[in-house]
Design a protein around this ligand. Sequence first.
Ligand code: GDP
Length: 364
Amino acid sequence: MEHPENNEEYKGLVVNSGVEQPSIVNPYLQRGRFARRRLTADDYVEGILKGNTAILGQAVTLVESTNPEHQAVAQEVIEKCLPYSGNSIRIGISGVPGAGKSTSIDEFGIHVLQRTGGRLAVLAIDPSSEKTKGSILGDKTRMEKLSVHPDSFIRPSPSAGSLGGVARKTRETIILCEAAGFDKIFVETVGVGQSETACHSMVDFFLLIQLAGTGDELQGIKRGIMEMADGIVINKCDGDNVDACHLAARQFQNALHLFPMPDSGWLPKVLCYSGFYGLGIKEVWDMIYEYIDFVRQNGYFQHRRAEQAKYWMYESIHEQLLSGFYNNATIASLLPRAEQSVLDGQKTSFIAAKQLLDTYFALL
Ligand code: GDP
């Protein structure tokens, strides 16, 4: 067999030629048909449908790219993968920083993989990551067991753009992951309302992780977020914290009884567990599977997905209108003057906006 270093394709891959250590790049892996040349949309689709996670990762990078050429390929890939998507359960997992999301996701992930086999993708929605540069969600280093599991795929939050843009990319990534055979999707999120709403709009079950401790846990939580939850779990139910967790669970359960019955017909449950010590994990997943069975039988599962698809159509219209407007060269040139005239009090905000919009629509 030809020595890899004589191979033209391999040559470009030697990072430290002349250094004694052999390259860590396995040359044989690079010689397949996916090596080097730019992949077409069909190449991506073929790789994804074969379950190739390297190709999947590259396709997700395209989805996240703001380059119009990449976007065009990404949209073609998504469209071709769409018929192969949908066959999964999608779980949203939310909680404030420190609630124990990554510790729990590591445990939950290993539990479901042992329990039902298959493949698990962990994605994230974190609109703040653009500012903080470097996401704190979906970070592999925070999920020690899952990150080395052969059947898991962990992807941090896309970092570019508005919450709407970040959420759209996560939703599109779900489609690609499902087409690649991932039958369990976790979407991790943190926030004070909006990112939870975005996460809720793309999952089948929304799990809210809470902490006990202060005795008035309900004070800090917004009603809207509680109403979104299909299950509330009180984490860190271990050591001295057990009684406080049970008290908090009772408070949450009582509060949930005061809300109207959700459309799903499922009264959300409240459970205690410890992600760190691996206690009560099975019960959390018994609850989730019970919910999935329940809503599959009463038709709500499909109804919720259809409603979500409708929601995303409108989100997409909003996003495209906004980006079309702001990326228009004429509008971009007029905006600073319009802004100044509003600042100077020469025009009202409404008039300035209307004039810009009239100009934009007249250009189309
Ligand atoms: P995240 O910010 O929500 O992802 O939270 P982390 O998973 O990073 O956990 C935050 C801190 O809480 C870490 O120091 C964890 O070790 C700790 N922690 C997480 N789960 C538990 C638990 O079940 N019990 C206890 N006692 N500590 C936990």
